[in-house]
Design a protein around this ligand. Structure first.
Ligand SMILES: C[S@@+](CC[C@H](N)C(=O)[O-])C[C@H]1O[C@@H](n2cnc3c(N)ncnc32)[C@H](O)[C@@H]1O
Length: 377
């Protein structure tokens, strides 16, 4: 990469953020920086990314310095009008809240020659959250400075975009038809899966459930096709997509139907983006015998489904599919179909920076989602 213009602060699962950036801008445009950030050589609209929290413009790259003497050219900072809000957030820095506050106050003093600022402190930890930035209108009326440290290297950057948590909540909890029983996909994970397939291509989700993948595809301007075994689920998707059209104005064409993913006919020219059946909902971890039965049944469904899709998809077609993995006593148990994928006609996508397997799970979840990102080969 010739020069690093931007830095992305990655979400709770940084390897997913890295994989997504690689897919969106190309692996050669991304350089991991520490555990939870990446340098990116071009500007990306953060609303397109599911797994990046903040996107910022690099204004200094060099050796780590004392936090109270940050090497900043004040003229480069985007001061707002009057007493504008200013937030300081630290990433990868061994510092206490008190250190963060002291660094913020030292900067505030230095900024006096340009104008007075209102220092916005993190509520906890040493970084202001997306909610904190929004509540204090930091990006609208002032600016945020990021200090990102990796060993003895330091990046200073001003935030250009932050994850829109209210928009995600509206697209998740605001939908009229929801079903906790089927394990709805978080919209940001749907965005991640969509980003693994060619932008603009029609999206097919043969396990559409309540329609989150189709919703996010439509919002990304892509035509959407969905099916589900259960007529009730197809109706939920219909309700949700009609609501989407009312809320968000004109959306591309969509089409949904009742069908079994094991013998469904896929639309021609689509990328498959889907969250497959995740097995029975589990409130407590299953015993090993129960898990063996669940795995056997679920793996058989995935085999039949993947075989059906492979018989229809052209070479090179992309499939981004969530499959279940189960956590027992801290150890992940996977479906066990990975070794069979080449024989079924799929190759897993490779990433230059992100370490695989990619798994999406909240810390307390028994059932996690293993992300099978594949090409028909
Ligand atoms: C985990 S849910 C998908 C949830 C969806 N991503 C959402 O956000 O609402 C899996 C869905 O697969 C459906 N399903 C299960 N077996 C199926 C099959 N053989 N063919 C098609 N759909 C199936 C279920 O009815 C359920 O809606």
């Amino acid at each position: 990469m010739s020069h690093n213009k931007y830095i992305a602060i990655l979400g709770r699962q940084p390897e997913l953020g890295l994989a997504e950036l690689e897919a969106v801008v190309g692996a050669d445009q991304v350089v991991p920086f520490g555990r939870a950030a990446a340098l990116v050589s071009s500007l990306v609209d953060i609303d397109r990314l599911g797994m990046t929290i903040k996107f910022a413009k690099v204004i200094y790259e060099g050796a780590l310095t004392d936090l109270k003497e940050l090497p900043i050219d004040i003229d480069q900072l985007p001061f707002g009008e009057g007493k504008s809000p200013f937030a300081l957030s630290l990433y990868g820095v061994q510092a206490s809240r008190r250190d963060c506050e002291a660094a913020g106050l030292a900067l505030k003093k230095r900024f006096k020659q340009r104008g007075s600022v209102r220092l916005i402190q993190p509520v906890s930890g040493v970084a202001v959250t997306a909610a904190g930035l929004k509540r204090n209108k930091v990006l609208a009326k002032g600016f945020e400075l990021l200090v990102v440290v990796n060993g003895s290297h330091m990046i200073l950057a001003t935030t250009v975009g932050v994850q829109d948590i209210d928009a995600y909540a509206a697209r998740d909890y605001g939908r009229p038809a929801r079903s906790a029983g089927v394990g709805m996909l978080p919209p940001k994970l749907a965005q991640f899966l969509l980003n693994m397939t060619p932008a603009g291509q029609m999206v097919a989700d043969p396990f559409c459930g309540t329609g989150v993948v189709l919703q996010e595809a439509l919002l990304a301007g892509r035509a959407a096709w969905g099916s589900d075994l259960e007529p009730d689920m197809v109706e939920m998707t219909r309700t949700n997509l009609q609501w989407l059209a009312q809320q968000y104005g004109e959306i591309p064409d969509w089409n949904i139907q009742v069908a079994d993913a094991r013998n469904v006919t896929l639309p021609v020219g689509a990328a498959v983006v889907s969250e497959g059946y995740l097995g029975p909902a589990l409130a407590v971890a299953p015993g090993l015998d129960q898990l063996r039965d669940i795995k056997q049944q679920t793996a058989q469904l995935y085999r039949e489904v993947l075989k059906n899709w492979a018989s229809q998809l052209p070479n090179g077609a992309t499939v981004a599919l969530c499959s279940p993995s189960w956590r027992l006593n801290g150890t992940w148990h996977h479906l066990g179909i990975i070794d069979e994928l080449p024989k079924m006609g799929y190759s897993l996508m490779e990433f230059a920076h992100a370490t695989t397997p990619l798994l999406y799970a909240r810390p307390d979840q028994i059932v996690g989602r293993r992300l099978l990102l594949m090409r028909k080969s």
